[in-house]
Design a protein around this ligand. Structure first.
Ligand code: AMP
Length: 342
């Protein structure tokens, strides 16, 4: 039995933060032993909002290096850059032509991002989820580990594969069983860490695009900065920390972060902090965050000192990704009736 296939990716826009790590990348690391794992840096997605060319290249390298620093092992996982495999753009076009416009217009992330762009919204921003569907479907992924916010995009990828490609263009075998063109993927959303909230507002999620840097802890923040951000994090005047009180979203978030980063788990920290004041809690959380990130930051520093090594990893990843992606693209082209290349 081949191992189930996993694909995921993160955009190379700005510094990765605790939400990206706990909600996505950290979970990828554990899947490497049991799954056939593909992880890409989705640079084509990064240009769906205005971007700076120099920054894009630098952030693409940085994001790939952070994957490795976080524990993605290129001898067990295929690590690559999305734009290095042209099949992503090509399958996205094929999928575009079968995806109803109104499916895209109702995407929550599009609506949220579009508000910020006014009349400058690009066609690419609307099309973002179709490119994401192409990323996933090209690799016949069984599972897609993402944070809670990507669930709607996953549903869309499933609907495109099932209703718009397989149902319309799939063939039947001798027994009348459908032969799918594209594999229909499942989301993998782990509860713990699925939604890390902002340090300055417990009701909105930690995000790269929040103008206030104090709202997030990035994976490369030095210890003093981590401590400072946690010290300034929003709290409330109530004594003692608890989970699940809707009046205290900041408390829930910070206690949840402590549970994960300290490795103690929710039950233990709920007991430990039930009567604790903020002045005692915050230094504990800061220390847990600094310690949890220390090994990652150390590996990142080593990788930064050897850029040729990262280039080698990405070249090897591109080669493997390309061969898998091309086979799916050829299959889809054939199903849609394109004249084969001779
Ligand atoms: P993005 O930063 O939007 O490129 O997201 C990259 C990955 O990180 C996706 O799988 C997201 O679901 C995940 N992610 C982003 N922000 C958070 C957050 N605040 N909490 C949990 N997961 C997140």
């Amino acid at each position: 039995m081949p191992r189930p296939r996993v694909l995921s990716g993160v955009q190379p826009t700005g510094a990765l933060h605790l939400g990206n790590w706990l909600g996505a990348i950290r979970n990828w690391v554990n899947l490497q032993d049991s799954h056939d794992t593909f992880f890409c840096v989705v640079d084509l997605h990064a240009i769906t909002v205005p971007h700076d060319p120099e920054q894009l290249a630098a952030d693409t390298r940085k994001t790939a290096a952070l994957y490795l620093a976080a524990g993605i092992d290129p001898s067990r996982s295929t690590v690559f850059v999305q734009s290095h495999v042209p099949a992503h753009s090509e399958l996205a076009w094929l999928l575009n032509c079968v995806t109803p416009l109104n499916w895209l217009e109702r995407m929550i992330q599009f609506k949220e991002k579009a508000i910020k762009q006014g009349d400058q919204v690009s066609v690419g921003l609307l099309d973002y989820p179709v490119l994401m569907a192409a990323d996933i479907l090209l690799y016949d992924a069984d599972l897609v580990p993402v944070g809670e916010d990507q669930k709607q995009h996953l549903e869309l990828a499933r609907d495109i594969a099932q209703q718009r490609i397989n149902a319309r263009f799939g063939q039947k075998d001798a027994d009348g069983e459908p032969i799918p063109v594209l594999k229909v993927p499942e989301p993998l959303i782990l509860k713990e860490g699925a939604r890390v909230m902002s340090l300055t507002d417990g009701r909105s999620k930690m995000s790269k695009s929040d103008p206030n840097e104090g709202s997030r802890i990035t994976l490369l923040d030095p210890p003093e900065l981590i401590t400072k951000k946690i010290k300034r994090a929003k709290t409330d005047p109530v004594m003692g920390l608890e989970f699940g009180n809707p009046e205290r979203p900041e408390t829930d978030n910070l206690l949840g972060l402590y549970a994960i980063l300290s490795g103690k788990g929710r039950e233990a920290v709920a007991a430990e902090c039930a009567a604790m004041g903020w002045g005692t809690f915050k230094p504990l959380l800061a220390e847990a965050a600094v310690e949890a990130l220390r090994p990652l930051q150390q590996r990142y520093a080593e990788l930064s000192a050897d850029p040729a090594e990262l280039d080698r990893v990405l070249a090897g990843g591109r080669e493997r990704a390309q061969s898998v992606a091309q086979a799916t693209l050829d299959r889809t082209r054939a199903a849609l009736g394109f004249l084969p290349v001779h």
